[in-house]
Design a protein around this ligand. Structure first.
Ligand code: PEP
Ligand code: MG
Length: 566
Protein backbone atom coordinates (compact mmCIF):
# COMPACT_ATOMS: atom_id res chain seq x y z
CA UNK A 1 0.00 0.00 0.00
CA UNK A 2 1.47 3.38 -0.97
CA UNK A 3 1.48 6.31 1.43
CA UNK A 4 0.57 9.77 0.26
CA UNK A 5 2.79 12.84 0.19
CA UNK A 6 2.11 14.88 3.32
CA UNK A 7 3.85 17.69 5.15
CA UNK A 8 3.51 17.83 8.94
CA UNK A 9 4.87 20.36 11.38
CA UNK A 10 6.00 19.31 14.82
CA UNK A 11 8.54 20.81 17.18
CA UNK A 12 12.19 20.49 16.16
CA UNK A 13 14.28 19.20 19.05
CA UNK A 14 17.50 18.10 17.42
CA UNK A 15 18.64 19.95 14.33
CA UNK A 16 19.89 18.40 11.13
CA UNK A 17 18.11 16.93 8.15
CA UNK A 18 17.50 13.35 7.10
CA UNK A 19 15.58 11.37 4.54
CA UNK A 20 15.18 7.66 4.03
CA UNK A 21 13.23 4.54 4.87
CA UNK A 22 10.77 4.48 7.76
CA UNK A 23 11.01 2.11 10.73
CA UNK A 24 7.85 2.13 12.81
CA UNK A 25 8.11 1.31 16.50
CA UNK A 26 5.16 -0.78 17.64
CA UNK A 27 4.06 -0.51 21.26
CA UNK A 28 4.15 -3.52 23.62
CA UNK A 29 0.83 -5.32 23.05
CA UNK A 30 -0.18 -6.34 26.59
CA UNK A 31 -2.56 -9.09 27.60
CA UNK A 32 -5.59 -9.72 25.39
CA UNK A 33 -8.40 -8.81 27.77
CA UNK A 34 -11.01 -10.53 25.58
CA UNK A 35 -9.30 -13.90 25.27
CA UNK A 36 -11.14 -17.03 26.46
CA UNK A 37 -9.94 -19.16 29.36
CA UNK A 38 -7.91 -22.23 28.35
CA UNK A 39 -9.88 -25.45 27.91
CA UNK A 40 -7.59 -27.34 25.57
CA UNK A 41 -4.26 -27.26 27.40
CA UNK A 42 -2.42 -29.30 24.74
CA UNK A 43 -3.37 -26.97 21.94
CA UNK A 44 -2.51 -23.91 24.02
CA UNK A 45 0.83 -25.46 25.02
CA UNK A 46 1.63 -25.91 21.35
CA UNK A 47 0.77 -22.28 20.68
CA UNK A 48 3.06 -21.16 23.53
CA UNK A 49 5.90 -23.34 22.21
CA UNK A 50 5.45 -21.91 18.73
CA UNK A 51 5.34 -18.32 19.99
CA UNK A 52 8.46 -18.73 22.13
CA UNK A 53 10.31 -20.43 19.30
CA UNK A 54 9.36 -17.66 16.89
CA UNK A 55 10.69 -15.13 19.39
CA UNK A 56 13.95 -17.05 19.86
CA UNK A 57 14.51 -17.47 16.12
CA UNK A 58 13.80 -13.83 15.32
CA UNK A 59 16.20 -12.68 18.04
CA UNK A 60 18.94 -14.98 16.79
CA UNK A 61 18.43 -13.78 13.23
CA UNK A 62 18.72 -10.24 14.47
CA UNK A 63 21.88 -11.08 16.41
CA UNK A 64 23.58 -12.10 13.16
CA UNK A 65 23.69 -8.48 11.97
CA UNK A 66 24.09 -6.78 15.33
CA UNK A 67 27.10 -5.20 17.04
CA UNK A 68 29.11 -7.39 19.40
CA UNK A 69 27.47 -5.96 22.52
CA UNK A 70 23.95 -6.20 21.10
CA UNK A 71 24.69 -9.75 19.93
CA UNK A 72 25.40 -10.83 23.47
CA UNK A 73 22.10 -9.39 24.71
CA UNK A 74 20.08 -10.83 21.83
CA UNK A 75 21.61 -14.31 22.22
CA UNK A 76 20.98 -14.27 25.96
CA UNK A 77 17.35 -13.18 25.44
CA UNK A 78 16.82 -15.88 22.80
CA UNK A 79 18.17 -18.44 25.27
CA UNK A 80 15.63 -17.26 27.79
CA UNK A 81 12.81 -17.70 25.27
CA UNK A 82 13.93 -21.33 24.89
CA UNK A 83 14.22 -21.92 28.63
CA UNK A 84 12.33 -25.09 29.53
CA UNK A 85 11.54 -23.93 33.04
CA UNK A 86 9.91 -20.81 31.66
CA UNK A 87 7.74 -22.81 29.29
CA UNK A 88 6.73 -25.16 32.11
CA UNK A 89 5.74 -22.18 34.24
CA UNK A 90 3.51 -20.87 31.44
CA UNK A 91 1.91 -24.30 30.96
CA UNK A 92 1.17 -24.37 34.68
CA UNK A 93 -0.80 -21.13 34.28
CA UNK A 94 -2.62 -22.61 31.28
CA UNK A 95 -3.57 -25.67 33.35
CA UNK A 96 -5.07 -23.31 35.90
CA UNK A 97 -7.31 -22.05 33.12
CA UNK A 98 -5.59 -18.76 32.26
CA UNK A 99 -5.96 -17.61 28.67
CA UNK A 100 -2.91 -17.74 26.42
CA UNK A 101 -1.52 -14.22 26.80
CA UNK A 102 -2.54 -13.99 30.48
CA UNK A 103 -0.60 -17.21 31.15
CA UNK A 104 2.50 -15.87 29.37
CA UNK A 105 2.30 -12.60 31.24
CA UNK A 106 1.69 -14.03 34.71
CA UNK A 107 4.28 -16.79 34.46
CA UNK A 108 6.95 -14.40 33.22
CA UNK A 109 6.13 -11.90 35.95
CA UNK A 110 6.63 -14.60 38.60
CA UNK A 111 9.93 -15.54 37.00
CA UNK A 112 11.01 -11.90 36.86
CA UNK A 113 10.11 -11.42 40.54
CA UNK A 114 12.38 -14.34 41.38
CA UNK A 115 15.24 -12.80 39.40
CA UNK A 116 14.73 -9.43 41.07
CA UNK A 117 14.75 -11.11 44.48
CA UNK A 118 18.17 -12.63 43.67
CA UNK A 119 19.52 -9.12 42.95
CA UNK A 120 22.71 -8.15 41.08
CA UNK A 121 23.27 -9.62 37.64
CA UNK A 122 20.18 -11.82 37.83
CA UNK A 123 17.98 -8.83 38.64
CA UNK A 124 19.26 -7.13 35.51
CA UNK A 125 17.99 -10.03 33.44
CA UNK A 126 14.39 -9.30 34.40
CA UNK A 127 14.33 -6.68 31.63
CA UNK A 128 15.20 -9.38 29.08
CA UNK A 129 12.37 -11.51 30.45
CA UNK A 130 9.92 -8.67 29.92
CA UNK A 131 11.20 -8.40 26.37
CA UNK A 132 10.47 -12.12 25.82
CA UNK A 133 7.00 -11.61 27.32
CA UNK A 134 6.12 -8.67 25.06
CA UNK A 135 7.40 -10.43 21.96
CA UNK A 136 5.70 -13.74 22.76
CA UNK A 137 2.39 -11.97 23.40
CA UNK A 138 2.75 -10.06 20.13
CA UNK A 139 3.29 -13.33 18.24
CA UNK A 140 0.37 -15.00 20.03
CA UNK A 141 -1.89 -12.07 19.18
CA UNK A 142 -0.67 -11.79 15.60
CA UNK A 143 0.60 -8.24 16.18
CA UNK A 144 3.88 -6.68 15.02
CA UNK A 145 6.90 -7.28 17.27
CA UNK A 146 7.14 -4.45 19.79
CA UNK A 147 10.02 -2.06 20.21
CA UNK A 148 12.45 -0.61 17.72
CA UNK A 149 12.56 -2.99 14.75
CA UNK A 150 15.81 -4.31 13.38
CA UNK A 151 17.16 -1.69 11.02
CA UNK A 152 18.35 -3.48 7.91
CA UNK A 153 19.11 -0.10 6.36
CA UNK A 154 19.58 3.36 7.92
CA UNK A 155 16.05 4.56 8.68
CA UNK A 156 13.95 7.26 10.30
CA UNK A 157 12.41 5.90 13.48
CA UNK A 158 8.73 6.75 13.81
CA UNK A 159 6.99 6.19 17.11
CA UNK A 160 3.95 7.33 19.02
CA UNK A 161 6.36 7.79 21.91
CA UNK A 162 9.69 6.30 22.86
CA UNK A 163 10.90 5.51 26.35
CA UNK A 164 14.20 7.20 27.27
CA UNK A 165 15.72 3.73 27.76
CA UNK A 166 14.76 2.74 24.18
CA UNK A 167 16.16 5.97 22.75
CA UNK A 168 19.41 5.46 24.61
CA UNK A 169 19.99 2.14 22.84
CA UNK A 170 19.61 3.58 19.33
CA UNK A 171 22.60 3.21 17.05
CA UNK A 172 23.29 6.72 15.68
CA UNK A 173 24.73 5.17 12.52
CA UNK A 174 21.49 3.36 11.74
CA UNK A 175 18.93 5.85 13.07
CA UNK A 176 18.80 8.66 10.51
CA UNK A 177 16.18 10.57 12.45
CA UNK A 178 13.47 10.29 15.07
CA UNK A 179 9.87 11.38 14.55
CA UNK A 180 7.63 11.23 17.58
CA UNK A 181 3.90 11.72 17.31
CA UNK A 182 3.42 12.72 20.93
CA UNK A 183 6.01 13.67 23.54
CA UNK A 184 7.18 17.14 24.41
CA UNK A 185 10.26 19.18 23.53
CA UNK A 186 11.76 18.78 26.99
CA UNK A 187 10.82 15.13 27.47
CA UNK A 188 13.85 13.01 28.16
CA UNK A 189 13.48 11.17 24.88
CA UNK A 190 13.86 14.44 22.98
CA UNK A 191 16.86 15.32 25.12
CA UNK A 192 18.52 11.99 24.44
CA UNK A 193 17.94 12.27 20.70
CA UNK A 194 19.75 15.61 20.65
CA UNK A 195 22.50 14.14 22.77
CA UNK A 196 23.01 11.33 20.26
CA UNK A 197 23.09 13.93 17.49
CA UNK A 198 20.13 12.36 15.68
CA UNK A 199 17.81 14.88 13.95
CA UNK A 200 14.45 14.69 15.73
CA UNK A 201 11.00 16.23 15.88
CA UNK A 202 8.30 15.68 18.49
CA UNK A 203 4.59 16.47 18.59
CA UNK A 204 4.26 15.70 14.94
CA UNK A 205 0.67 14.66 15.59
CA UNK A 206 -0.93 11.98 13.53
CA UNK A 207 2.16 10.91 11.66
CA UNK A 208 -0.40 8.92 9.68
CA UNK A 209 -2.00 5.77 10.90
CA UNK A 210 0.79 3.68 12.38
CA UNK A 211 -0.47 0.37 11.07
CA UNK A 212 -0.61 1.77 7.52
CA UNK A 213 2.87 3.13 7.81
CA UNK A 214 4.23 -0.11 9.31
CA UNK A 215 2.83 -2.11 6.41
CA UNK A 216 3.64 0.31 3.61
CA UNK A 217 6.31 -1.15 1.38
CA UNK A 218 9.20 1.18 0.65
CA UNK A 219 7.66 4.21 2.37
CA UNK A 220 10.08 7.08 2.89
CA UNK A 221 10.18 10.22 4.97
CA UNK A 222 12.19 13.42 5.16
CA UNK A 223 12.84 15.39 8.32
CA UNK A 224 14.22 18.75 9.34
CA UNK A 225 14.89 18.41 13.07
CA UNK A 226 15.73 22.12 13.36
CA UNK A 227 12.32 23.48 12.38
CA UNK A 228 10.37 20.29 13.11
CA UNK A 229 9.20 19.66 9.53
CA UNK A 230 8.32 16.10 8.55
CA UNK A 231 7.49 15.10 4.98
CA UNK A 232 5.95 11.71 4.29
CA UNK A 233 6.78 10.33 0.83
CA UNK A 234 8.93 13.38 -0.06
CA UNK A 235 9.43 14.43 -3.66
CA UNK A 236 12.90 15.03 -5.12
CA UNK A 237 12.17 18.76 -4.85
CA UNK A 238 11.48 18.40 -1.09
CA UNK A 239 14.74 16.53 -0.62
CA UNK A 240 16.70 19.12 -2.63
CA UNK A 241 15.25 21.90 -0.49
CA UNK A 242 16.21 20.14 2.72
CA UNK A 243 19.70 19.49 1.38
CA UNK A 244 20.05 23.17 0.51
CA UNK A 245 18.99 24.19 4.05
CA UNK A 246 21.44 21.76 5.52
CA UNK A 247 24.28 23.10 3.34
CA UNK A 248 23.50 26.68 4.32
CA UNK A 249 23.61 25.67 7.96
CA UNK A 250 26.92 23.89 7.55
CA UNK A 251 28.38 26.97 5.84
CA UNK A 252 27.15 29.21 8.67
CA UNK A 253 28.79 26.90 11.21
CA UNK A 254 32.04 26.43 9.32
CA UNK A 255 33.85 29.18 11.25
CA UNK A 256 32.41 28.34 14.67
CA UNK A 257 35.40 27.32 16.80
CA UNK A 258 36.90 27.93 20.22
CA UNK A 259 35.57 29.17 23.54
CA UNK A 260 32.16 30.78 23.77
CA UNK A 261 32.08 34.57 23.71
CA UNK A 262 30.07 37.46 22.43
CA UNK A 263 31.30 39.65 19.59
CA UNK A 264 32.91 41.96 22.16
CA UNK A 265 34.63 39.15 24.06
CA UNK A 266 32.25 38.52 27.00
CA UNK A 267 32.86 34.87 27.90
CA UNK A 268 30.07 32.32 28.21
CA UNK A 269 31.32 28.76 28.70
CA UNK A 270 29.81 26.31 26.22
CA UNK A 271 29.34 22.88 27.75
CA UNK A 272 27.88 19.49 26.93
CA UNK A 273 24.96 17.68 28.50
CA UNK A 274 25.80 14.00 28.79
CA UNK A 275 24.17 10.88 30.20
CA UNK A 276 26.60 8.01 29.76
CA UNK A 277 30.32 7.26 29.54
CA UNK A 278 29.94 6.90 25.76
CA UNK A 279 28.31 10.34 25.57
CA UNK A 280 31.26 11.70 27.54
CA UNK A 281 33.77 10.22 25.11
CA UNK A 282 31.87 11.53 22.09
CA UNK A 283 31.38 14.98 23.63
CA UNK A 284 34.98 15.27 24.78
CA UNK A 285 36.16 14.91 21.17
CA UNK A 286 34.20 18.04 20.30
CA UNK A 287 35.27 21.64 20.50
CA UNK A 288 33.60 22.52 23.81
CA UNK A 289 34.65 23.52 27.30
CA UNK A 290 33.53 20.57 29.40
CA UNK A 291 30.23 19.25 30.68
CA UNK A 292 27.65 21.35 32.47
CA UNK A 293 25.29 18.46 33.17
CA UNK A 294 26.02 14.78 33.57
CA UNK A 295 22.59 13.20 34.09
CA UNK A 296 23.78 10.24 36.14
CA UNK A 297 20.34 8.60 36.32
CA UNK A 298 20.65 7.79 32.59
CA UNK A 299 23.36 5.31 33.55
CA UNK A 300 20.84 3.30 35.49
CA UNK A 301 17.58 3.53 33.52
CA UNK A 302 16.09 0.08 33.04
CA UNK A 303 18.27 -1.48 35.75
CA UNK A 304 16.63 -3.64 38.36
CA UNK A 305 19.27 -3.21 41.08
CA UNK A 306 21.31 -0.28 42.35
CA UNK A 307 24.85 -0.23 40.94
CA UNK A 308 27.64 -0.85 43.44
CA UNK A 309 30.03 1.90 44.55
CA UNK A 310 32.82 0.14 42.62
CA UNK A 311 30.81 0.00 39.41
CA UNK A 312 29.83 3.65 39.73
CA UNK A 313 33.41 4.68 40.48
CA UNK A 314 34.63 3.04 37.28
CA UNK A 315 32.01 4.84 35.17
CA UNK A 316 32.74 8.20 36.78
CA UNK A 317 36.48 7.72 36.28
CA UNK A 318 35.92 7.02 32.60
CA UNK A 319 33.79 10.14 32.26
CA UNK A 320 36.26 12.35 34.17
CA UNK A 321 39.23 11.05 32.23
CA UNK A 322 37.45 11.70 28.93
CA UNK A 323 37.28 15.44 29.71
CA UNK A 324 40.88 15.71 30.96
CA UNK A 325 41.36 19.16 32.46
CA UNK A 326 37.99 20.49 31.33
CA UNK A 327 35.24 20.88 33.91
CA UNK A 328 32.64 18.21 34.50
CA UNK A 329 29.43 18.97 36.38
CA UNK A 330 27.80 15.87 37.80
CA UNK A 331 24.20 15.88 38.85
CA UNK A 332 23.32 13.36 41.51
CA UNK A 333 20.52 10.89 40.86
CA UNK A 334 17.37 12.60 39.57
CA UNK A 335 15.02 9.64 39.51
CA UNK A 336 11.25 9.81 39.49
CA UNK A 337 8.55 11.29 37.21
CA UNK A 338 9.46 10.28 33.63
CA UNK A 339 12.75 8.69 34.73
CA UNK A 340 11.57 5.94 37.06
CA UNK A 341 14.30 3.74 38.44
CA UNK A 342 13.12 0.32 39.56
CA UNK A 343 15.54 0.19 42.46
CA UNK A 344 14.48 3.62 43.67
CA UNK A 345 10.74 3.19 43.52
CA UNK A 346 8.81 4.67 46.41
CA UNK A 347 5.47 3.44 45.12
CA UNK A 348 2.68 4.99 43.06
CA UNK A 349 2.09 8.72 43.30
CA UNK A 350 -0.87 10.75 42.03
CA UNK A 351 1.40 13.47 40.65
CA UNK A 352 4.90 12.06 40.21
CA UNK A 353 6.35 15.34 38.92
CA UNK A 354 5.23 16.98 42.16
CA UNK A 355 6.19 13.98 44.22
CA UNK A 356 9.29 12.47 45.68
CA UNK A 357 11.66 12.91 42.77
CA UNK A 358 15.20 14.27 42.58
CA UNK A 359 16.73 15.21 45.90
CA UNK A 360 13.47 14.42 47.69
CA UNK A 361 13.90 10.79 46.76
CA UNK A 362 17.53 10.60 47.85
CA UNK A 363 16.64 12.30 51.16
CA UNK A 364 14.47 9.24 51.78
CA UNK A 365 16.83 6.75 50.15
CA UNK A 366 19.93 8.28 51.71
CA UNK A 367 21.88 5.12 50.88
CA UNK A 368 21.61 6.01 47.16
CA UNK A 369 23.01 9.50 47.73
CA UNK A 370 25.76 8.24 50.03
CA UNK A 371 26.97 5.54 47.68
CA UNK A 372 26.89 7.92 44.72
CA UNK A 373 28.87 10.61 46.54
CA UNK A 374 31.36 7.99 47.75
CA UNK A 375 31.89 6.81 44.17
CA UNK A 376 32.19 10.38 42.87
CA UNK A 377 34.73 11.26 45.54
CA UNK A 378 36.77 8.14 44.76
CA UNK A 379 36.75 8.95 41.03
CA UNK A 380 37.68 12.57 41.77
CA UNK A 381 40.61 11.49 43.95
CA UNK A 382 41.79 8.99 41.34
CA UNK A 383 41.70 11.46 38.45
CA UNK A 384 42.13 14.93 40.00
CA UNK A 385 39.57 16.17 37.46
CA UNK A 386 37.76 19.53 37.67
CA UNK A 387 34.65 17.96 39.22
CA UNK A 388 31.61 19.91 40.32
CA UNK A 389 28.65 18.14 41.89
CA UNK A 390 25.08 19.39 42.10
CA UNK A 391 21.76 18.08 43.39
CA UNK A 392 18.48 18.23 41.43
CA UNK A 393 15.13 19.70 42.48
CA UNK A 394 16.41 21.74 45.42
CA UNK A 395 13.61 23.86 46.91
CA UNK A 396 14.73 24.72 50.45
CA UNK A 397 17.76 25.74 52.47
CA UNK A 398 17.52 22.50 54.46
CA UNK A 399 17.82 20.42 51.30
CA UNK A 400 20.73 22.50 50.01
CA UNK A 401 22.53 22.32 53.35
CA UNK A 402 21.93 18.58 53.66
CA UNK A 403 23.44 18.00 50.24
CA UNK A 404 26.33 20.43 50.65
CA UNK A 405 27.32 18.86 53.99
CA UNK A 406 27.32 15.38 52.54
CA UNK A 407 29.24 16.30 49.37
CA UNK A 408 31.84 18.32 51.28
CA UNK A 409 32.23 15.58 53.90
CA UNK A 410 33.51 13.15 51.27
CA UNK A 411 35.94 15.75 49.94
CA UNK A 412 34.22 16.89 46.76
CA UNK A 413 35.69 20.28 45.85
CA UNK A 414 32.76 22.18 44.35
CA UNK A 415 29.16 21.78 45.45
CA UNK A 416 26.14 23.28 43.76
CA UNK A 417 22.40 23.08 43.30
CA UNK A 418 20.07 22.98 40.37
CA UNK A 419 17.55 25.76 40.19
CA UNK A 420 14.48 24.18 38.64
CA UNK A 421 11.81 24.83 41.23
CA UNK A 422 10.41 28.40 41.44
CA UNK A 423 11.13 28.43 45.20
CA UNK A 424 14.83 28.06 44.43
CA UNK A 425 14.78 30.74 41.72
CA UNK A 426 13.09 33.21 44.07
CA UNK A 427 15.43 32.36 46.96
CA UNK A 428 18.57 31.93 44.91
CA UNK A 429 20.65 34.44 46.89
CA UNK A 430 20.00 32.61 50.16
CA UNK A 431 20.64 29.21 48.60
CA UNK A 432 23.78 30.37 46.82
CA UNK A 433 25.14 31.70 50.11
CA UNK A 434 25.64 28.10 51.26
CA UNK A 435 26.82 26.45 48.01
CA UNK A 436 29.44 27.21 45.38
CA UNK A 437 27.34 27.49 42.24
CA UNK A 438 23.92 26.96 40.67
CA UNK A 439 22.73 25.62 37.37
CA UNK A 440 19.27 26.53 36.09
CA UNK A 441 17.27 23.62 34.73
CA UNK A 442 14.96 25.51 32.41
CA UNK A 443 12.95 22.39 31.51
CA UNK A 444 11.64 21.87 35.00
CA UNK A 445 11.69 25.55 35.88
CA UNK A 446 9.24 26.14 33.00
CA UNK A 447 7.15 23.13 34.04
CA UNK A 448 6.85 24.28 37.63
CA UNK A 449 6.51 28.01 36.95
CA UNK A 450 3.68 27.44 34.50
CA UNK A 451 2.20 24.40 36.32
CA UNK A 452 2.31 22.53 32.99
CA UNK A 453 3.44 18.90 32.78
CA UNK A 454 6.50 18.77 30.53
CA UNK A 455 5.45 15.30 29.35
CA UNK A 456 2.24 16.69 27.97
CA UNK A 457 3.01 17.90 24.50
CA UNK A 458 -0.36 19.69 24.24
CA UNK A 459 0.98 22.15 26.80
CA UNK A 460 4.09 22.98 24.77
CA UNK A 461 3.12 26.66 24.47
CA UNK A 462 2.91 27.01 28.25
CA UNK A 463 6.21 25.21 28.67
CA UNK A 464 7.91 27.69 26.36
CA UNK A 465 10.91 29.31 28.06
CA UNK A 466 9.96 32.49 26.18
CA UNK A 467 7.06 32.85 28.61
CA UNK A 468 7.90 36.13 30.37
CA UNK A 469 7.14 34.56 33.77
CA UNK A 470 9.77 31.88 33.14
CA UNK A 471 12.28 34.48 31.98
CA UNK A 472 11.63 36.44 35.18
CA UNK A 473 12.32 33.33 37.23
CA UNK A 474 15.62 32.95 35.40
CA UNK A 475 16.40 36.63 36.01
CA UNK A 476 15.72 36.13 39.72
CA UNK A 477 18.06 33.11 39.80
CA UNK A 478 20.78 35.18 38.10
CA UNK A 479 20.29 38.09 40.49
CA UNK A 480 21.07 35.70 43.35
CA UNK A 481 24.34 34.93 41.59
CA UNK A 482 25.23 38.61 41.26
CA UNK A 483 24.34 39.31 44.92
CA UNK A 484 26.55 36.50 46.22
CA UNK A 485 29.28 36.56 43.57
CA UNK A 486 28.49 32.92 42.80
CA UNK A 487 28.43 31.30 39.43
CA UNK A 488 25.09 30.63 37.67
CA UNK A 489 24.78 28.55 34.51
CA UNK A 490 21.95 27.00 32.48
CA UNK A 491 21.70 23.33 31.61
CA UNK A 492 18.09 22.98 30.41
CA UNK A 493 17.21 22.71 26.73
CA UNK A 494 16.88 26.51 26.43
CA UNK A 495 20.68 26.73 26.61
CA UNK A 496 20.96 25.04 23.22
CA UNK A 497 18.56 27.38 21.43
CA UNK A 498 20.61 30.05 19.65
CA UNK A 499 18.07 32.84 20.28
CA UNK A 500 17.38 31.98 23.91
CA UNK A 501 21.12 31.60 24.48
CA UNK A 502 21.46 35.32 23.65
CA UNK A 503 18.70 36.24 26.10
CA UNK A 504 20.18 34.03 28.82
CA UNK A 505 23.56 35.67 28.30
CA UNK A 506 21.89 39.06 28.64
CA UNK A 507 20.29 37.92 31.89
CA UNK A 508 23.73 37.14 33.32
CA UNK A 509 24.08 33.39 32.81
CA UNK A 510 27.76 32.44 32.73
CA UNK A 511 27.62 29.04 31.07
CA UNK A 512 25.30 27.23 28.71
CA UNK A 513 25.18 23.47 28.68
CA UNK A 514 23.43 21.60 25.87
CA UNK A 515 23.49 18.59 23.58
CA UNK A 516 26.99 18.69 22.05
CA UNK A 517 25.57 18.96 18.53
CA UNK A 518 24.01 22.31 19.46
CA UNK A 519 27.21 23.99 20.60
CA UNK A 520 28.29 25.14 17.13
CA UNK A 521 25.10 27.09 16.44
CA UNK A 522 25.03 28.69 19.90
CA UNK A 523 28.68 29.69 19.64
CA UNK A 524 28.08 31.22 16.20
CA UNK A 525 25.01 33.13 17.47
CA UNK A 526 26.92 34.55 20.45
CA UNK A 527 29.77 35.63 18.18
CA UNK A 528 27.35 37.67 16.06
CA UNK A 529 26.15 39.87 18.99
CA UNK A 530 27.75 42.01 21.65
CA UNK A 531 26.89 41.82 25.34
CA UNK A 532 24.88 45.05 25.39
CA UNK A 533 22.65 43.74 22.57
CA UNK A 534 22.11 40.53 24.58
CA UNK A 535 21.20 42.64 27.63
CA UNK A 536 18.82 44.73 25.55
CA UNK A 537 17.21 41.54 24.22
CA UNK A 538 16.85 40.20 27.79
CA UNK A 539 15.24 43.44 28.98
CA UNK A 540 12.73 43.42 26.12
CA UNK A 541 11.92 39.74 26.54
CA UNK A 542 11.38 39.93 30.28
CA UNK A 543 9.10 42.96 29.90
CA UNK A 544 7.09 41.53 27.01
CA UNK A 545 3.46 40.69 27.79
CA UNK A 546 3.47 37.30 26.02
CA UNK A 547 5.89 34.61 24.87
CA UNK A 548 5.28 35.56 21.24
CA UNK A 549 5.94 39.22 21.98
CA UNK A 550 9.13 38.29 23.79
CA UNK A 551 10.42 36.30 20.84
CA UNK A 552 9.34 38.96 18.34
CA UNK A 553 11.09 41.70 20.33
CA UNK A 554 14.32 39.71 20.34
CA UNK A 555 14.04 38.82 16.67
CA UNK A 556 14.06 42.53 15.84
CA UNK A 557 17.53 42.80 17.34
CA UNK A 558 19.16 39.69 15.89
CA UNK A 559 21.82 39.58 13.25
CA UNK A 560 20.26 38.36 9.96
CA UNK A 561 22.65 35.38 9.71
CA UNK A 562 21.09 33.77 12.81
CA UNK A 563 18.37 32.32 10.56
CA UNK A 564 20.90 29.91 9.07
CA UNK A 565 21.72 28.56 12.53
CA UNK A 566 18.28 27.22 13.38
C1 PEP B 1 15.99 20.69 33.58
O1 PEP B 1 15.01 20.43 34.27
O2 PEP B 1 16.08 21.69 32.84
C2 PEP B 1 17.16 19.80 33.59
C3 PEP B 1 18.28 20.13 32.99
O3 PEP B 1 16.99 18.57 34.18
P1 PEP B 1 16.19 17.38 33.46
O4 PEP B 1 15.84 17.82 32.07
O5 PEP B 1 17.06 16.19 33.45
O6 PEP B 1 15.00 17.25 34.36
MG1 MG C 1 15.18 18.87 35.73
Amino acid sequence: MAVEHRVLLGIGVSSGTAHGAIAVVSPAPGVDTHEPRTDDVDAATQQVSDALETVATSLLERAEHASEKAQEILNATAKMARDRGLKKAIVKELKNGSGLTRAISDAIQKYADMFIELGGYMAERATDLYDVRDRAIAVARGLPMPGIPELSEPSIIVARDLAPAETATLDPDKALGIVIAEGGPTSHTAILAAQLGIPAAVRVGKVVDFATLAQAEGATMALDGGVGEVIIAPSQEDIDLLTERSEQREAALADSHGVGMTYDGHRVALLANIGTADDAKRAAEKDLEGSGLFRTEFLFLGREAAPSVEEQTEVYKTVFEAFGKRRITVRTLDAGADKPLKFADLGEEENPALGRRGVRLTRIREDLMDSQLEALAAAYKATGADVRVMAPMIATMEEAQWFADKARAVGLPSVGIMIEVPAAAINSAQLLSIVDFASIGTNDLAQYTMAADRMQGELASLLDVWQPAVLRMIRSACQGGTATGKYVGVCGEAGGDPLLALVLTGLGVQSLSMAPTKVGAVRAALKLHDLSTCQQMAAYAVDAPTANDARAAVEKLIHPDVKFLI
